[in-house]
Design a protein around this ligand. Structure first.
Ligand code: ATP
Ligand code: MG
Length: 567
């Protein structure tokens, strides 16, 4: 491809609204442009990266027997009503009406369509298992679209679905996907970890996420170097370092003006870990008092799971109305107006400082479970250094980008949508499903997050938009251009993707753009060609240069390619 005939609008400045490195670099290198919040145009270079990622995904899905199909973006509400998700999903779903006032929605995922299709096309156990996949646009009205293409409202997803006769067969399909995913992320050049996750709105019996470590991520995972345990912090159990006061024995003390945990701990000269945070939540009309240790944070997804219902933090006026005290003085002992108290597991042992239920006072030496009754649940966000639930070794916590996930769905969709089959005994049974997603744009952006330097992107070989960036220095020099064209023909003929920067620009400008674009191999054709018959080959990652006779370029590129493709 020739630069002068392409749309590669590189920019010197970072876009004003960008925080994530991948966002800045993908805009500056001319890969994407934002049309509206969370809605992007992919320009030619960006499209090439996505095409490369998709080719890897297709190859690995085909290798496990996946069959590519295309399901629609526009869905009738009916199938979503049947699965129960028309009501269960809130503002994230784009809804609309057709000209006959029928409810429709834009597909945010395709379990319903798959179950609808299976209900019509699968009759007997002889037709199972099946693996269906697509690489198709998803529409989600994300609450906070941000970070460039990492979280957009319209995005491509490779979603696949497995249909099996029973859970043992599902386990086989699931592990085939797990292995295919490892190959996809390995080939794409990503560092990643696999962690247990909360199946959330998917339901089902087991799920894992593929997480690429990066500061630009929106998830945290707890990882154990000792035994390999890994889980999203929304699920991760951790064994807290024990805390609590040395002696029980309840007494009330004055804490004038102290509202926060830090203020109370300072006034009473105790560690924050010896206090309890009393948080008031509304689960529908019910008032729920939620207790975590003073040095801990509540994870709201854990609370949702413990309550088996969505809950929201009560407003200060609601706290005053239902409990008769202000937020800073709420406590569990003799609490009035509370339907239920749920305490974090770490509070099972020890005595603590709690709000006294009247302004200006706290209770010291309160023993949960004895001084007040409560339900127990794991509610806290796992902290660095707390014990691994499997082996006790200290946990690390890392920021990550979720690039893919795999779910065992079971019969959550096949039963309501009536996707049944006849087994060997002629009995009707529900098909057992699995669902598996990957975001190609997230792979691209995560690769940029993990592979860049101060000057630009450093693409992993397999997903680079081009493999060779050819830079003739003096495009008006006919001999130099002829030599560059010959190199271009030779490389293209051998199957390499070549971008030739044929702009009549200063060398410095072209080199800056080459660094920004991040193509793995740069070849400079300059004065040295006429003088010594050599061109310069430079690797983007190491910036290692070498001079190569022009007739040896193809061999030299092949050598580098072999090494980079294996890295
Ligand atoms: P998240 O927790 O980040 O919102 P999710 O659990 O909603 O992700 P899935 O519905 O399982 O994600 O989608 C499968 C894959 O699609 C994700 O692993 C991710 O790679 C990609 N993906 C999901 N949402 C987006 C989005 N808004 N923009 C870009 N890619 C996305
Ligand atoms: Mg989501």
């Amino acid at each position: 491809m020739r630069w002068t005939r392409s749309l590669i609008p590189t920019l010197r400045e970072d876009p004003a609204d960008a925080e994530a490195i991948s966002h800045k670099l993908m805009v500056r290198a001319g890969l994407v442009r934002q049309l509206a919040a969370g809605i992007y145009v992919y320009l030619p270079v960006g499209q090439r990266v996505i095409d490369k990622v998709n080719a890897i995904i297709r190859a690995e899905m085909d290798a496990i027997g996946g069959q590519e199909i295309t399901m629609p973006v526009l869905h009738p509400a009916e199938i979503w009503r049947q699965s129960g998700r028309w009501d269960a999903i809130g503002g994230e779903m784009f809804r609309l009406k057709d000209r006959n006032q029928r409810d429709m929605c834009l597909g945010m995922t395709h379990e319903e369509v798959v179950a609808w299709l299976a209900a019509r096309e699968i009759r007997s156990y002889r037709e199972l298992p099946q693996i269906w996949y697509q690489i198709q646009t998803k529409e989600r009205d994300e609450a906070r679209p941000r970070s460039g293409v990492l979280r957009t409202r319209e995005f491509l997803m490779k979603d696949s679905y497995t249909l099996d006769p029973d859970t043992a067969a599902l386990d086989v399909s699931y592990s085939a996907h797990r292995q295919a995913y490892c190959k996809i992320f390995d080939r794409s050049g990503l560092r990643y970890v696999i962690v247990n996750s909360d199946p959330g709105m998917m339901g089902g019996s087991g799920s894992e996420e593929f997480m690429a470590p990066s500061d630009a991520g929106e998830d945290d995972v707890a990882l154990c170097a000792g035994c390999g345990y890994g889980a999203n912090v929304e699920l991760a159990r951790a064994v807290p370092v024990p805390a609590g006061l040395p002696e029980a024995g309840r007494r009330e003390v004055a804490t004038p003006g102290a509202r926060t945990i830090a203020e109370v701990a300072a006034q009473l000269k105790v560690d924050p870990a010896c206090t309890i945070k009393s948080l008031v939540f509304m689960a529908g009309e019910q008032v729920v008092l939620v207790l975590v240790r003073g040095d801990h944070n509540l994870h709201e997804r854990k609370l949702t799971r413990a309550l088996r219902a969505e809950a929201r933090a009560a407003h200060p006026e609601e706290v005053l109305k239902h409990l008769g005290v202000s937020v800073g003085s709420v406590g569990p002992v003799g609490a009035k107006g509370v339907a239920r108290i749920v305490a974090d597991e770490s509070l099972r042992s020890g005595a603590y400082v709690v709000g006294a239920g009247r302004d200006g006072y706290h209770l010291v030496g309160v023993t949960p479970g004895k001084d007040f009754a409560c339900d127990w649940a794991d509610l806290q966000v796992a902290l660095v250094g707390e014990g691994c639930p499997m082996c006790g070794k200290p946990l690390a916590v890392e920021r990550v980008i979720e690039v893919g996930n795999i779910f065992k769905l079971g019969t959550k969709f096949s039963e309501p949508l009536n996707a049944m089959y006849l087994d060997e005994q002629g009995q009707q049974k529900p098909i057992v499903m699995g669902s598996y997603g990957i975001g190609p744009a997230r792979i691209a952006a995560a690769a940029v997050e993990q592979h860049h330097d101060a000057d630009g992107i450093i693409w992993p070989w397999a997903i680079a938009p081009f493999q060779v960036h050819l830079v003739p220095i003096a495009v008006k020099d006919a001999a130099q251009m002829a030599a560059a064209e010959e190199i271009e023909r030779g490389l293209a003929g051998a199957g390499f993707d070549v971008l030739m920067d044929d702009r009549d620009e200063r060398a410095g400008v072209k080199f800056k753009d080459a660094d920004l674009l991040g193509v793995p191999i740069r070849i400079t054709v300059g004065n040295a060609l006429a003088k010594e018959g050599v061109v310069e080959i430079r690797e983007r990652a190491t910036r290692a240069d070498r001079k190569v006779p022009s007739h040896r370029v193809l061999d030299a590129v092949r050598d580098i390619a072999k090494r980079l493709a294996m890295a």
